[in-house]
Design a protein around this ligand. Structure first.
Ligand code: SF4
Ligand code: SF4
Ligand code: FES
Length: 366
């Protein structure tokens, strides 16, 4: 534990007290960031560490000595000497009441975990606080748009709590501004321009709104196709196979079937972002047309199944014939941007040495 009085005045470390513990503070940090750094579990709903703090749900409230009302920790900067309490009885009761108000609008708290990365957040908090869903009754917000014809995103606004994480991630992370907020109060809606289907909007189907939604109001239509499969969901950390960026993903599987993809929020190259291919284009894995063995085209144009030795001999013969008949500039090599350095080096050697051409590139430049 750091003690402020032990530090020379000219090298003064900023500190705050969190539940009686003295904690070092970096200039500009919010109270939430400080409490998070010392493992206090301050609940949040509208917070996503990748986005500008918004301060709408008020679940992250804490007590600060000298301030009469609880303050939202995600939007309040910590200052030197602050005395913060994160779990007083009054604060916990306040949070529970807020949760019960939020949940009172929702048709369903218990959503399938295949819905999205953050989809369990509200349900988990309701459980932690033993909050009731029927304490407050009245009008429900949102309007279901399940008939949006896109194949990727289910828009079930009966479960929306107006945290606006979807709108903010679309604007701040994706730069698309495909969705926005219309109306106020119970009439608040998340909408596209002119209320069109997502397919007719600026949406690129990156799936980020789905993965940040804390209630499953936006959910992964493709992954939910597997919700009735009896097996447990297994997550396997991997790297997206498409381009050279190398986004980290968690592959969701049930039994021996890949059922969905979730972005890794701690992926160094993507920090939770994916493009439409990395997010949704995984059906090829189990597609019946997927090539499992090499095929060699016959003289009549049809393909014959073969083994790798026969296929590589046929490819070598074909290369030789093209070279003899059309010269070295008739051969062009293109390597995968996902190939490691060694494989890329071997590929350019293969093209340059064997065919005498510099026509070699990789797909990351296209
Ligand atoms: S899928 Fe991506 S682009 Fe489309 S609304 Fe969601 S965040 Fe915006
Ligand atoms: S759809 Fe989800 S992320 Fe968007 S405002 Fe509603 S609850 Fe929040
Ligand atoms: S998490 Fe701070 S106000 Fe919502």
């Amino acid at each position: 534990m750091i003690s402020a009085k032990d530090v020379p005045a000219n090298a003064r470390i900023l500190t705050v007290s969190v539940d009686g513990e003295l904690v070092e503070l970096r200039d500009g940090e919010t109270i939430y960031e400080v409490t998070n750094s010392c493992s206090r579990e301050v609940p949040t709903l509208c917070y996503d560490p990748r986005l500008e703090a918004f301060g709408s749900c008020r679940l992250c409230v804490v007590e600060v000595e000298g301030i009469k009302n609880p303050v939202a920790s995600c939007t309040t900067k910590a200052t030197d000497g602050m005395v913060i309490k994160t779990r007083t009885t009054a604060i916990e009761q306040y949070r529970k009441t807020l949760l019960e108000m939020v949940a009172s609008e929702n048709r369903n708290i218990d959503v399938d975990p295949l819905s999205g990365y953050a989809s369990q957040e509200l349900g988990n908090l309701m459980e932690r606080y033993e909050a009731r869903t029927d304490r407050f009754c009245g009008k429900k917000s949102g309007e279901t748009n399940q008939d949006d014809k896109n194949p990727f995103i289910l828009r079930d606004y009966d479960n929306c709590i107006s945290c606006y994480r979807c709108v903010r991630v679309c604007a701040e992370q994706e730069g698309d501004h495909a969705i926005n907020i219309i109306n106020r109060g119970f009439e608040t809606q998340i909408s596209t321009e002119f209320g069109n289907d997502l397919r007719d909007s600026q949406c690129t189907f990156c799936g980020q709104c789905v993965q940040t939604c804390p209630t499953g109001a936006l959910s992964d239509k493709k992954a939910l196709r597997a919700k009735d499969l009896p097996e447990e969901i297994k997550k396997t950390r991997s790297v997206c196979p498409y381009c050279g960026v190398g986004c980290t993903v968690d592959i969701l599987s049930k039994g021996d079937r890949v059922v969905g993809i979730q972005p890794a929020m701690d992926g160094p190259a993507n920090e939770g972002a994916l493009c439409i291919k990395g997010q949704y284009a995984f059906d090829f894995v189990h597609h019946p047309d997927r090539l499992q063995k090499p095929l060699i085209r016959q003289k009549d144009g049809n393909f014959k199944e073969s083994d790798w030795d026969e296929a590589l001999d046929a490819a070598a013969k074909g290369f030789k014939k093209v070279l003899e008949e059309n010269g070295r500039r008739s051969v062009y090599g293109i390597a995968s941007g996902r190939a490691p350095h060694e494989a890329a080096y071997t590929m350019q050697k293969f093209i340059r040495s064997n065919f005498g051409t510099n026509y070699i590139d990789n797909c990351s430049r296209s």
